[in-house]
Design a protein. Structure first.
Length: 654
């Protein structure tokens, strides 16, 4: 396990002293991080009152109580009796000055643009005027189908400021997933653009939108933003309106809201069934992500935050909320990432002067494969590195720290999810950091690893659970309360079952081992797929891997491993696979030696570069592929099919 190794990074006394966590501990009158955790466990009201004061978040009316579970542990209410609008903090940025940078936008197709705090407020007020002109008010659902452009941030904040509900959609969706999500929440308005450029190729959105909206009777208007130079867009009379043609002058129409009023419905995809519309509230998601970015990512006023993600995934709205609320700047990139140019995002970070840089483990492995030693001019000067979305192997962790962090920047390994707004486990900069692990649970979160009956486990794999509701937790699924309870609370009554496999060590470190849905059961032993994938990657010949379980008459399940080699031309696929089988067996034991190793040119992944194991598993087992709307590289489907057919593991299509 990674905990056998020495920490890769240790905080200096100066780093601890200037950290946001130490600042908060002093405000609370407790001794360091351990004192903060104890305070949050025993007195959540005092803890969150201190956080709100420390971050400069102003309630328009003070709250009586932080957490109220009188309606049941499944349905917590937050900051009862209070009133707020979180965009007050996002627009003011606490101590930020009007001429401080707030938003920096780079693009494949446009010159760099930048907005100050004062300009951001003006743009958001202009967006509010446009929405008011179309009759958008409290509770109305407004869908966003937009790339990472400035207008996306303006619209998201304007919708929230009016008390309406934003519904961010993945910009790569086709017509069916767009219409499914719009109809699920009866969105009244869609804000989109004519198109965007990805990896040098133009993609028009309007034809896709027109097909989708033919099935969406609730949408009365579409606001179009000009983003694709030279695109000729056909507008539907009375329905479609250009962003630039709508009025931008109006009074301050911001609403005073209950902290439990919804501000966002963000959909998550599953292996089967309808997408789940997780509901997030004004006093939940924005405060959670501001808390985590401040104290776990150690973000300070004036810092600059860049974590490439589509706005349809959690990191996108997180990036719009947290840096702006904390007095820093948000960096957006409308483009790639380009698999043929894996350092493109690093160039963006360097150009924008990014201090906090985030990336997925798969994206980092792509970079490391192309540049085992990163040219000096490509390394941005950053203070903190971040990673999330999947398990990160030790070698990639070390490369990230060495080549992008220069050996001085801490890596904040972070895991949580859309359903809880932010993190459950994280690293903190006041403790040593060990590759591939988490050195803490998030400060106010009571997390545990348990067996199927809810009994705590230490040093062995189990499921990650919450023993108390956490601020930011979804307020159910939109119009589907029973489905929400069944998904997270029914498995272990009284506990939130998060669906992740993890190990909690006695020394306080945690490891993530993949999704519970992906667990392999071999000869009665539960094995997380990441344990096998990390062994495959650790030798340096493999840049991406996906391990699944397949039926086996002797052991119940056997391992089938899919790998993308670093240099496919240098190997015979069968010989390469056999060598990998032997090495993994020697490292992990004969019981975990893969039954088959399948070499592929690419694996199914999201735009954030998260590998979709369940798509591979469905192929092998002959099951429906499920929801593919988040798939960034459809060509991977054919790549997997071709390799399986060539090995005789599935029938050929003839």
């Amino acid at each position: 396990m990674s905990t056998r190794h020495e920490p890769i990074w240790r905080p200096s006394p100066e780093r601890v002293a200037r950290s946001a966590l130490t600042r908060l501990a002093k405000r609370c009158g407790v001794d360091g991080f351990d004192g903060l955790c104890e305070l949050a466990r025993t007195d959540l009201d005092t803890y969150w009152r201190a956080v709100i004061a420390d971050l400069g978040v102003e309630f328009r009316r003070d709250f009586a109580r932080v957490l109220d579970t009188s309606q049941g542990i499944e349905w917590p209410r937050w900051f009862t009796g209070g009133q707020l609008n979180f965009t007050d903090a996002a627009l003011s940025g606490g101590t930020a000055r009007p001429d401080d940078p707030a938003l920096i936008c780079l693009s494949e197709a446009r010159p760099r643009r930048q907005w100050t705090r004062a300009e951001l407020r003006s743009e958001v007020e202009g967006a509010m005027a446009r929405l008011c002109h179309l009759g958008i008010g409290k509770g109305d659902r407004v869908a966003l189908l937009l790339p990472n452009i400035a207008e996306t941030a303006f619209a998201m904040l304007a919708i929230a400021r009016l008390g309406a509900i934003v519904v961010p959609l993945y910009s790569g969706f086709g017509p069916e997933p767009i219409s499914t999500r719009i109809n699920a929440c009866d969105a009244k308005l869609l804000i989109t653009c004519d198109g965007y450029v990805r990896n040098g190729q133009a993609r028009e959105l309007k034809p896709i939108v027109d097909v989708a909206l033919a099935l969406c009777p609730s949408v009365t208007h579409v606001i179009m933003i000009r983003n694709l130079h030279g695109c000729r867009t056909t507008m539907a009379p009375s329905r479609d309106l250009w962003w630039d043609d709508l009025p931008t002058k109006a009074g301050d129409a911001s609403r005073t809201l209950d902290p439990n009023d919804p501000w966002m419905i963000i959909f998550t995809s599953g292996t089967t069934g309808r997408p789940k519309g997780t509901v997030h509230v004004h006093g939940g998601f924005p405060l959670r992500v501001a808390h985590d970015v401040a104290y776990h990512f150690d973000f300070h006023p004036g810092d600059r935050f860049f974590w490439y993600s589509d706005m349809g995934w959690m990191i996108g709205p997180m990036a719009v909320c947290a840096p702006l609320m904390l007095g820093g700047a948000l960096v957006l990139f409308d483009g790639g990432p380009n698999p043929n140019n894996p350092t493109q995002l690093l160039r963006v970070a360097a150009d924008a002067g990014v201090t906090h840089y985030g990336s997925s483990p798969t994206m980092l492995r792509m970079m490391a494969s192309a540049f085992p030693s990163l040219p000096h001019e490509l390394a941005p000067s950053v203070k903190v590195l971040m990673t999330a979305g999947e398990v990160i192997d030790e070698e990639t962790f070390r490369w990230y720290a060495r080549e992008i962090g220069g050996g001085t920047a801490p890596i904040i390994n972070y895991t949580g999810g859309t359903e809880v707004s932010g993190g459950i486990l994280s690293n903190v900069v006041v403790r040593p950091i060990v590759p591939g692990t988490f050195n803490a649970a998030v400060t106010d979160v009571i997390a545990d690893v348990t067996d199927e009956d809810g009994r705590s486990l230490r040093g062995t794999i189990g499921e990650l659970v919450l023993r108390r509701p956490m601020l930011g937790m979804t307020k159910g699924f939109w119009n589907e309360p029973e489905r929400y309870v069944e998904a997270y609370w029914a498995k272990r009554p009284g506990l939130w079952s998060h669906g992740d496999l993890a190990i909690a060590h006695e020394d306080g470190h945690w490891e993530l081992r993949g999704r519970a849905d992906d667990v392999l059961k071999i000869s009665g032993r539960r094995v997380g797929p990441s344990e096998i994938e990390e062994a495959a990657i650790s030798g340096g010949e493999v840049v991406a891997a996906a391990a699944i379980g397949v039926p086996d008459p002797k052991s119940g399940q056997a391992v089938m491993l899919f790998v993308v080699p670093r240099d496919a031309r240098a190997h015979d696929d069968v010989e390469f696979g056999e060598c990998l089988r032997r090495r993994i067996g020697a490292e992990l034991g004969a019981g975990l030696r893969p039954k088959h190793v399948v070499v592929v040119t690419e694996l199914p992944r999201t735009r954030n570069a998260k590998i979709l194991r369940r798509v591979v598993r469905s192929f092998v087992l002959g099951e429906p592929l499920g929801d593919l709307s988040s798939l960034e590289n459809p060509s991977s489907i054919d790549a997997v099919r071709l390799s399986l057919t060539a090995r005789g593991l599935i029938p050929s299509e003839s």
